[in-house]
Structure formats: C-alpha cells, structure tokens
Write a protein that binds this ligand. Sequence first.
Ligand code: SF4
Length: 324
Amino acid sequence: MGTDNEVSREASSESVSLTPAQRETLELIRLPSDQRITHDPALRPQLHLELEAATEDLVDLIDKPLWISKRQLQAVNSCEALYEAQQLEPFEWRIPMTRGQIFHKCVELSIHLFPARTAPELVDEALSSIINRGDGLADFLSSLSDIERAEIRSDVSSLLQTFFDTFPPLKKAWRPTTELPRKAILHKGKIVLQGRFDLTIGQPDESTAGRVLVELKTGRAVPHHLDDLRFYALLETLVVGVPPALLASFYVDAGRVQVEHVDESLLQSAVKRTAHGIERLLHLRLKKSRPEVRPSASCRWCPISAECAPGRAWLEDANGEGAW
Ligand code: SF4
C-alpha cells in the first residue's frame, strides 16, 4: 500500500511526462503534507449535534424519513416553487443527461481495467456495462436509434480524451475511488443526508486531513458547485470524522480545476446552509409554509414558468422585452 510519501514520490517522478495541463492540475490538487490540517476528533460529534439541534423542533412531526442530497439542498436554496414542481414531475432521461453518466462510468473503468483502454474502447465498455444493468438509463439507451447512440459515443469519447490530456493519470498508490457513497443519519434515521463522490484521491492519516474530493463536471461552471462540494465536505466529516483536505471541481471541457481548502469555518458555513435547507424541506413537507418564489436563470427551463408571474417578469427582463 502506498504512503503519502510514496504518493508524492510517484507524482514527482511522473511529472516529467505530464502535459502542462496535467502538471497544473496535479499541482493544484496535491496538498503538501506540511499544509494538511490535523482536526480535533470531537469535530464529528459536535457537527452532528449542531445539525440535530437546528431541526429538533420539527422532526417529530414527519412520519417518513427525509432523504436529502446536494440536489434537494440546491433546489430549496434557490426557488422553492420550482423544487415543489419538480417533486411532482416524473423523472425522464434525456440525451444530454446521459453524457455525464457514461463519462463517469468511463473514468471508473479507466482506474480498474487492465490493460489500459483507449477513450473509444472505454466508452464502448461503459455503454455495454450500463445497458447490461437493466435500469432506467439502460432502457433509455436501448430505446435510442443507432445514430443517436453513435453521437453519444462520439461526444463522450472526445470528452474522455480531453480528461486524459488534462487530468494526471490516476495511480493506484493515490488510492483513487469513484462513486464513493456516504450517508449521515440524523435523528435516528428520520433525516438522512446522502451523497456519492465522483472521484476521491488520497485518504486521512488518523485525524489529519488527506483526502481530496473531486467533482467531474461535464457542463459549465455554476456558483452552486462550490456549495455542493462544501456539503460533501460536511458529509465526509460526519461519516469519517476527518474533513477532506481539498475540494476540487474539475471542468472537463476546459481541462481546468477550481480548488478550495477545507477548514472549520468552511464546515460551519456548510452546517448553516444544510440546517437551513433541512428546516425549509421540513416546512414544505409539513405544509407549514408556502414555497418561496425566487426567479433566476432556472426560470428558463422551469416546468411551471407559464403560470408563474414573477418568473415570467424575470424572463421578459432577461430577454430584453421588459417595459422602460
Ligand atoms: S418560473 Fe422561476 S420563479 Fe417561477 S417557479 Fe419557476 S423557477 Fe421559480
């Protein structure tokens, strides 16, 4: 098994054969040992208590557990009316959504398959693996025409090649994991916080942070990506007891990474946002308050925009159709 020193040695010996983009990414996502924070082991129970204390007044009123992921938190922190509308809409796969799913599967296979495959080979392996699962995505992919599947294959293959050209090759000694699941249970299971990390590298050493959480983004950068990763840092701390060392959003199209260091003030801001989100989700579930309407760019694809006056006004303004 590799130690942190082995990871550093391996990284520096390989850096000579890296592209400039890979080298830049590696330098940004690798935190030297002397900059890693050693945390108080009491942090985990303390954060757990803070989250439970913020929601104890309402939790006894719900009969079914409330499951909360980054998606629900983002939705309730933006427009609550949109969140409620989405809850009523049946989920449907669409072609652009499949790109990210297949890309993530390719990255997972690229770590575990030997000998190494080319990008188009990995896309084919990923497609077969997903179609063999027999789930909703498999049914959707099977229902597409040969041309549609070929276009998806081509898109993901190009994206994957950009990833290989710009992200440092993942070495076993770095202990990479993909789709790492985490669940934090509050109020004896009445509230469950959950997440699945796209990619992690490294691991903690006792109470010293060492893991880097990387979200692989196949679309454009939006501000809530930072909040999503802070929620994941909180989740990791509630489960493992040690926060991650770094949070990274890697924008695959651009081959660029945005990094944030994790400290206790970041975790406290994640606790506040999460506690507020849980409180609002409980209020909405219990119908104790009406959903707040907050127009934003989300109005462009909101399913109820035709019936929402503030949303329509926002769209008119944004499209330059507003009155003087
Ligand atoms: S149109 Fe905009 S403001 Fe109205 S519900 Fe949808 S997202 Fe919210």
